[in-house]
Design a binder for this molecule. Structure first.
Ligand code: KG4
Ligand code: ZN
Length: 365
């Protein structure tokens, strides 16, 4: 079964064709990073307008690269939640229209749950860009650490469409913390890769930053860490807490930038790893996966591989950040196990916890 995936929830316009939920036939991502970098973050109105311009050609390209015509496509899967409303609308309206026009079944996919399914892609059609894919699909029960710009969650999957939220961030997502700390330090957007790069040559023990203590062992909190970095940078450049953060980049030295990046990354990654290990000990899953943009972080990968008592495989970086192959991979499971949406009435939902999707059997604790 060949599923066309469409993703447009934030600042990437993407389409992909995936066969049987694991064989990637094409994966086209048009990023808007260059456009938004100028503003230091995503501007929703500009994102929506760029999606409108890109969506048609991106879908055509995904079909062409997969050597498919519309006759070959069995179903369409589209991100309907969560995300920027204007951005979501462009992808969902395109998918609804194409489903009606070409008489295809339509499946609404939750973006965050979709990130987990990047780990189920184990094969790729021959082509110029070959990714280092995992050799095996994860097994259930499956523990997923989901770490993106908007989410930080530990989720236990009993099966496809049957999962339970164990814990989540109480304030900022970890990716958001990477992005905000990068801004304080004057490192370019998006902050995650910039911090990771700066941290490579920094001293992670130079600045002592706090780890949040929470009652629920699977919950997270990153806003205190971000504020601690802000205060430490202000102190380091000889200013007090009233000094405006946007003037700090002009005062920090390159050495301080690198040491702050390394010290922040160390605490952020250790926090993620500690909570994941705790959940692993408590629930003894068969597999552990990481998902979302921050799963691209090499230090997180290294520490998890070192500390988990089971083997962990990683999706390639290209499938950790936003893409439509992961949406098509999950769409396949929904096509197998649930009923399609009505293309005339499907609505987008800008804010929706993945444990509350219509197709999840378990729901929140
Ligand atoms: O999943 P994603 O592409 O978009 C959302 O759904 O949010 O995640 C984007 C986030 C951004 O906060 C970005 O800074 C972060 O992922 N990120 C990283 C790395 N690459 C991307 N964070 C840490 N280390 C990285 N190498
Ligand atoms: Zn994402």
């Amino acid at each position: 079964m060949k599923v066309l995936g469409i993703e447009s929830s934030c600042d990437e316009t993407a389409a992909a064709v995936v066969e049987d939920g694991f064989r990637m036939l094409s994966n086209v991502v048009q990023s808007q990073i260059d456009i938004h970098a100028h503003f230091g973050g995503v501007v929703p109105e500009i994102a929506a307008r760029s999606h409108i311009e890109a969506i048609g050609p991106v879908v055509d390209e995904a079909l062409a690269q997969a050597n498919c015509t519309w006759d070959d496509i069995d179903a369409i899967a589209v991100t309907y939640a969560p995300g920027l409303i204007g951005s979501l609308l462009v992808g969902s309206l395109a998918a609804r229209t194409l489903a009606i026009l070409h008489r295809k079944l339509l499946y609404p996919v939750h973006h965050v749950e979709g990130h987990v399914y990047a780990n189920f892609i184990t094969e790729q059609a021959p082509g110029p860009v070959q990714l280092a894919l995992p050799k095996f699909q994860p097994r259930f029960p499956l523990l997923a650490l989901i770490v993106s710009g908007g989410h930080t969650q530990l989720v236990l999957f009993r099966d496809h469409g049957d999962y339970q939220l164990l814990g989540q961030t109480q304030d900022d997502a970890v990716g958001e913390a990477f992005d905000k700390v990068a801004k304080i330090l004057g490192l370019p957007y998006p902050g995650g890769p910039s911090i990771a790069r700066a941290a490579e040559s920094g001293n992670p023990d130079r600045y002592h930053l706090p780890k949040a203590k929470l009652d629920n062992p699977y919950n997270f909190s990153f806003s205190g860490l971000k504020t601690a970095v802000l205060r430490a940078v202000q102190r380091e450049v000889g200013k007090d807490f009233t000094f405006p953060s946007h003037e700090l980049p002009g005062l920090v030295t390159s050495l301080q930038q690198h040491d702050f990046a390394a010290s922040f990354q160390k605490v952020a990654v250790e926090t993620l790893v500690e909570r994941t290990l705790r959940a692993f000990q408590d629930f003894r899953p068969q597999s552990v996966v990481i998902a979302g943009g921050v799963a691209a972080n090499q230090e997180l990968r290294r520490q998890l591989r070192q500390k988990l008592p089971i083997n962990i495989e990683y999706a390639p970086i290209q499938l950790c950040t936003d893409n439509a192959a992961m949406i098509a991979a999950l769409g396949y499971q929904q096509a197998r196990l649930s009923t399609p949406a009505d293309p005339y009435t499907l609505e987008v939902v800008p804010s929706l916890s993945m444990s509350k999707t219509a197709w999840n059997k378990t729901g929140a604790l």
